[in-house]
Design a protein around this ligand. Sequence first.
Ligand SMILES: NC(=O)c1ccc[n+]([C@@H]2O[C@H](COP(=O)([O-])OP(=O)(O)OC[C@H]3O[C@@H](n4cnc5c(N)ncnc54)[C@H](O)[C@@H]3O)[C@@H](O)[C@H]2O)c1
Length: 344
Amino acid sequence: MDYDYDYDYDYDYEQEHDYGWEYERKEIMAVGKRFRIACVGAGNVGASVAQYCAEMELGDVVLLDVIEGLPQGKALDLTQAGPIRGYDSIITGTNDFTHLSGSDVVVVTAGLARKPGMTRLDLLAKNGAIMTQICESILKYAPESIVIVVTNPLDVMTYLAFKKLGVPAQRVIGMAGCLDSARFRAFVGLELGVSAKNVDTMVLGSHGDDMVPLPQYTTVSGIPITKLLPPERVDAIVKRTRNGGGEIVALLKTGSAYYAPGASAARMVQSIVRDEKQLLPCSTHLSGQYGLDDIYIGVPVRLGKYGAEEIVELELSEEERSALHRSAGEVRAGIRGLVELNVL
Ligand SMILES: NC(=O)c1ccc[n+]([C@@H]2O[C@H](COP(=O)([O-])OP(=O)(O)OC[C@H]3O[C@@H](n4cnc5c(N)ncnc54)[C@H](O)[C@@H]3O)[C@@H](O)[C@H]2O)c1
């Protein structure tokens, strides 16, 4: 039998990794499309999102940061872990915002965490300016993408991104509830000595001290935790969940959590690119649901290929409802802060 091999020995790495080539390939692959996930901010959280997305084989990853060399170095390091961890995602590190082009999902982790001596308004001013600039680039290079915001203060920054982008609200989603509920699940698992995988829960509200964990919707393999734990232990777990981020900051001394935040954002990416329709707590735009209007706050959302496809309204006790509204008051104060600063 005659074989007509047509080897191309002029393999050009640079050309192969050029955006144009990747995009072409994506377009022609009708089946098994490779998604492009951009992580804006290649710090601790951004790099973790990139790592988990690659390990879960969700698509090719672009790691973007303003610090020269940082995203390139991390991308190369993650690429070299691929053969061992069993993934072959193309991971590109860049300082060039044009590389956002063709992204299906953009995860924004760029920004500062609040440092000692910094007021909430200082943080709003700094991260508000960063978010504004990033939204301009998203609009320019990836206007069709679904945007997941991670930068704090989470609900306020997600609202800002929504306003700056001017795209349908379902395409701008904030990551917080996934993390808060993962913390809650982990603590319940530890308390009961059972697998946290068997624990299911829901956490509403803003990301911070005012979050609203819902013990009445928390179960272990279908059994309500209220039947497994006395009320004082449930209260203690709720309190620890509320302080979940603070507990880690106090231990680390510099910096804040990133493994669980990275994993939470990657889980949201997974539900979107695989159109899994997972019901996850996400910061989403409310227009009347839960008695709240024109605000971003954490509620259960069905996440699929169109983004936040449906908001699920749960029946809440009077106490839970007022806790949610209190939490919304905090978000509104942040939004007012942005207006004062002329960011919004
Ligand atoms: N929503 C949540 O649950 C949650 C959880 C953890 C952290 N966070 C927040 O995520 C953000 C990042 O945290 P981190 O630990 O990764 O911080 P980090 O300091 O490690 O990383 C932030 C990165 O953003 C980059 N950056 C700044 N401006 C940029 C711009 N204009 N474009 C691109 N990159 C830019 C910085 O160079 C830095 O590398 C913080 O605001 C933090 O508070 C949120």
